[in-house]
Ligand binder design. Sequence first.
Ligand code: WT7
Length: 683
Amino acid sequence: MSSSKQKGTKAPKKSPAHKKVSAKQKKSSLKEKSSETAITSMLHESRVFNPPKALAKNALIGSEQQYKKMWNESVKNPDKFWGKQAKENLEWIKPFKKVLNWKPPYAKWFEDGKLNVSVNCLDRHCRSERRNKAALIWEGEPGDSRVLTYNDLLREVSKCANALRALGVKAGNRVAIYMPMIPEITIAMLACTRIGAMHTVIFGGFSSEALADRCNDSQSSVIITADGGYRKGSSVPLKKNVDMALEKTTSVKNVIVVKRTGENVSMKQNRDHWWHDLVNPQSGICEPYAADSEHPLFLLYTSGSTGKPKGILHTTGGYLLGATVSYKYVFDLKETDTYWCTADAGWVTGHSYIVYGPLSNGATTVMYEGAPNYPDWGRIWSIIEKHHVSILYTAPTAIRACIRAGNEWPKKYNLKSLRLLGSVGEPINPEAWIWYQEVIGEKRCPIVDTWWQTETGGMMITPIPGAIPQIPGSATRPFFGIDAEIVDKNGKPVPQGAGGFLVIKKPWPSMLRTIWGDDERFKAAYWSQVPGVYFTGDGARQDKKGNFWIMGRIDDVLNVSGHRLSTMEIESALVSYDIVAEAAVVGRPDDLKGEGIVCFVTLKSGTKPSPEIKEKLSKHVVGQIGALARPDEIRFADALPKTRSGKIMRRLLRDIAAGKQSTQDTTTLEDFSVLASLRQDED
Ligand code: WT7
């Protein structure tokens, strides 16, 4: 059976704002080859949203033509392009002469230049009319709030930097940060950069075990933490976790503790210091360290599909340039914007787009401490109304949770201040995209669906809002300097429209430099699958217009009767059905087909699971994708197991689907009761 015969699908819930592509275009997008190495792509989306005229008129990049011209220059002559961007957007203590030194897979950017990240994020704005502008607007979960101007932030960062120096922290040393989402997390990160120390932020939801592993791997000498952090009205015992972790580490000599919840904690003499005792009395002036551009900036641990977490290393000049320039163009930043990214600072999104990108650009960044549904599902929208947020950057999983909670929540609040929306973290299914556009953006706001990774440091594939038409489900075009291609396992480009492996062919400034302490793993994971190019690990296809459609991790591909199907496309088909809130699709061994398709489905509140619904869903998937994708089993679940960053834990679902007791690591699972109930649900 040829998979190229699939029919284009009509989404059941259509938006009147969409513009259809011509029949001819549609036909050509269906010409797909299914080869041994390619991934069969069968989802088709025909709605196109052009940049709003008013936005384009005042945009930094206001036409597709301008984007194309700049992109062409950026990949034809990267030295010239990035040299100019680095001069215009960053302040250098010692100007660079050389832009790039590329000895694959090792890149050095601006290697003879020197700069300081905190000076770029703070001092230079304090010398300008931005001095008293809000740098950080913070909202605590219980409802308390703080605003720090650029001047305030510089003073607090300097004090913290002096405190770290007083503890003996030197340039190149590692400082672990294990904190709730409070202003001190930003202060601590910037304080490290001020003195050239590397930070490694460990997400506050991680266990003491995970914390100990990361401290040991990075050989951190200091941990900055808090007594506890608020989450859904109760407290996460951070200091207690630190105490347990320290029983398993030897490198940590000092702990700095912010008093946040006021809960009882034990303080060990000579090791543990209250922030208010140690940091507050320090001088508010701190001489910045002049870092080489390639000086290590931070480590951030990310899980691989196997083995221990990888410590992704980013360095100073290139990373900061990538975060700064992508933030500016992709959010088409205006001086008056109030920007809110809902990620946790413990993930790369928080690093690049809560802290470094916004502050380097002199923007106002909002930070929220707690859960999105505390005290109710109106919290996100109330924060937007309260602070007049103009740009919202969030994740598809959060969007789907809001859809599930119901439209009455956003409808209660005034969202008129919003002008631009962003999405990151996983493919956004078209139905969630349309909901985001209609209910939150009130059909007024463009959506930037930004594809990137911890390893890439900054956005790689994304629409530029004033220039590139958006298509629900597609991250559209490569960012400046990004030379992306879809290839088969031999590195050969696949025919246009066919699925394959997404690779990046040229180095870019914010790329990872290595895996901490493991150059061999760095080479094996990213530079060996397809020689000479960066291997992203994602499947994707490219349409005729050059738009990229990310199909998810290659590990998330099913092989059904010899066809490689993207689980994400089947999920997207399920979620396009009215009553479905969320879906996860995994494979299970099948003697006949190689792999069978198992769907875990969460229904919207108010709908009861039934065999009839199973039947309808199955038919719907067949209608949307084809008989090849007919589910072998559909299971209903109240919730799906997710990591704390919101990614569905497919490896766990795979075990459940295969009827195995899971041996997988569940330290990052958000809610253990979910697992128990999924098991119970076995027919
Ligand atoms: C993986 C990277 C990027 C910061 C947060 C996640 C998936 C991310 C998108 C998107 C489709 C996406 C990819 C990627 N992903 N953004 N817009 N569309 N997929 O960082 O934890 O390093 O994960 O997330 O699979 O490889 P990360």
